[in-house]
Design a binder for this molecule. Structure first.
Ligand code: ZN
Length: 245
């Protein structure tokens, strides 16, 4: 039998992964997560159906990998990473076969943190459904996973020393089709930028023999330093008066 490679859990603490997700991954790999199957084995009475699909018993491998809801998240992630491989059925296999980047670059950290953040977010969603009796739509669930990963990628980018670790072409591909194109940090959160709509603004002359006066002002705070500008033009666009203070 082929021996499993150990997931290098130490790497988690030096990467920009959320500490909670790191701890959860470590517990999951030690099979210490209190899923329905485990509670059942500990003597608790069920039923312990998977809250996500409501079809199978909730085991760790089912909840985080085999469940159809989990499969949606994994296919979404792998599609984004451009990595089309069949997923294993067992969480331990997933982590030991995950392609850990050998070089340290901005977006290689994405590869490192992504599976932990995915299992962590699935676990969070499962808890929200059980304990808060709320159910997120698939879209907002996926958006949350994407945000968690985006935040880690941005943290990695901020800590990144470009002189020491230049971008690889793989980094650029991931950057292009991943998050930084679509996300900007706003007040510490990330939001999807709506596509920019360009509206051309251009000065229109007034009708003949009229004068058009344009003015604008700005103030730094209420009763702070202020400025004002004014310009008067005729229908030919000739400036008759201008001033600013
Ligand atoms: Zn399920």
């Amino acid at each position: 039998m082929e021996e499993r490679k150990e997931w290098p859990i130490k790497l988690m603490w030096s990467s920009p992964i959320l500490p909670k997700a790191g701890v959860f991954t470590w517990l999951a790999l030690k099979k210490c997560i209190l899923t329905g199957e485990r509670l059942h084995r500990l003597g608790f009475l069920g039923p312990f159906r998977c809250i996500m699909c409501k079809k199978a018993e909730e085991s760790l491998d089912h909840l985080l990998l085999q469940c159809e809801e989990a499969q949606t998240v994994w296919s979404f992630l792998l599609g984004k990473l451009g990595w089309m491989v069949p997923l294993p059925n067992i969480v331990l296999d997933l982590f030991s076969s995950w392609n850990i980047p050998s070089c340290r670059s901005v977006f290689s950290s994405l590869w490192l943190v992504a599976p932990s953040l995915v299992v962590w977010e699935i676990w969070n969603e499962r808890n929200i459904r059980i304990f808060q009796e709320k159910e997120d739509s698939v879209e907002s669930f996926l958006l949350r996973v994407e945000r968690a990963i985006a935040e880690s990628v941005l943290a990695a980018a901020r800590n990144h020393n470009l002189a020491k670790h230049p971008y690889t072409s793989e980094d650029k591909n991931i950057q292009a089709n991943w998050l930084l194109v679509n996300y900007q940090p706003v007040n510490g959160y990330l939001r999807v930028n709506p596509p920019l709509e360009k509206e051309e603004v251009k000065w229109e002359p007034p009708t003949k023999e009229w004068i058009k006066i344009n003015f604008d002002g700005a103030s730094r705070g209420n009763l702070g330093t202020s400025g004002v500008g004014v310009v008067a033009r005729n229908d030919k666009g000739v400036i008759l008066f201008k001033g600013a203070r």
